[in-house]
Design a protein around this ligand. Sequence first.
Ligand code: PMP
Ligand code: GLN
Length: 387
Amino acid sequence: MSVASTNNISVKKKLPDWGTSIFAIMSNMANEYNALNLSQGFPDFNCSDELLSLVQHFQEKGFNQYAPMPGVPVLRNVISDTIKKVYGRSYNPDTEITVTSGATQAIYTAISCIINKGDEAILFDPAYDCYTPDIEANGGIPVRIPLNPDFTYNWNEVRRNISSKTKLMIFNSPHNPAGSLLTKVDIEQLIEIVKDTDILLLSDEVYEFIVFDNEKHESFNLYDELYKRSFIISSFGKTFHTTGWKIGYCAAPVYLMNEFRKLHQFVVFASNTPIQYAYAEYLKDEKNYSLLSEFYQKKKDLFAEMMSDSNFKVLPCMGTYFQLLDYSNISDKNDMDFTEWLTKEIGLATIPLSPFYENGSSSKVIRVCFAKQDDVLIKAAGILSSL
Ligand code: PMP
Ligand code: GLN
């Protein structure tokens, strides 16, 4: 039995195989060694003055007590209107949308609704870090299927891994860390697989508004067969440059949302009130999200252009604000050692890819966050190009 103990007191470990998240490790290392931090995914520039003023306005007006458990009605209404406008899908804001303390809490709550002891959940490697521990904390069994080397899906492998115990499949598009997108062909395959089953879906769409080169984001909202069995999750942290405010939301048909809210009320009860009111005003203006892809496209292109003569190989990036770089022409070190060396000796913090895999990764690839000011991107590309 795996226990943590001191003197005669002990606790059975809930997550015996997990340590501290790679995002916390690399950001701490960046601070300790005073390195440029392109590791953990957050912008190094401020959100808009308008949004800051809105928060201040609602704080001064006295909106400082508990919000209603599922979120303030005006924000749920605007979220519902936005989903309708962007994807054509109707959710009842009273019963089918819940505001959460970040996408992380929404993911934990959705997984906890579905997964009971011994249930299997399918996810894909590389996988965003919280999915597997959330499954394990609920006594579930993560079934991690590797994506192909170019981060496309092997649907035959998916079919082979489905069993009577499969209760959930988790998708993330645009994909962190790969920067890849689910395609229409992928969606068709997925519909074929789930349509006559009772498998539920979690679609993590936090980067829904960051898609490049006129590619299309295939939201699960667009497909009846997917929507009716899905928790669809997003985050205002990504969309409005406010990762530290930790507000996201979950949309799901009422039979799923009823279960979600039962847990949500006992995990957080409600999320930050004045920020919800501020987001509600800000989200009404379409240009506050519709221009985001264009904004990040310039940063992606700037960084890729600066890296084009370097010894790194710049891998395709179709969405998110993460760029993968292959360093196999530069070093034989594994990615954990390489990123540690890069941070401590060269002064630039990035993220290794191994922690996103069940059994680590042998590929020599690192992740760089390009949600940074242009001069920082230019400086970082200069450092990397000297290697
Ligand atoms: N999912 C993915 C794919 C992410 O990259 C992140 C990190 N932003 C989250 C979920 C968590 O979002 P939040 O910060 O709103 O909890
Ligand atoms: N989503 C962010 C990333 O991928 C990190 C969020 C966190 O630190 N949990 O870097």
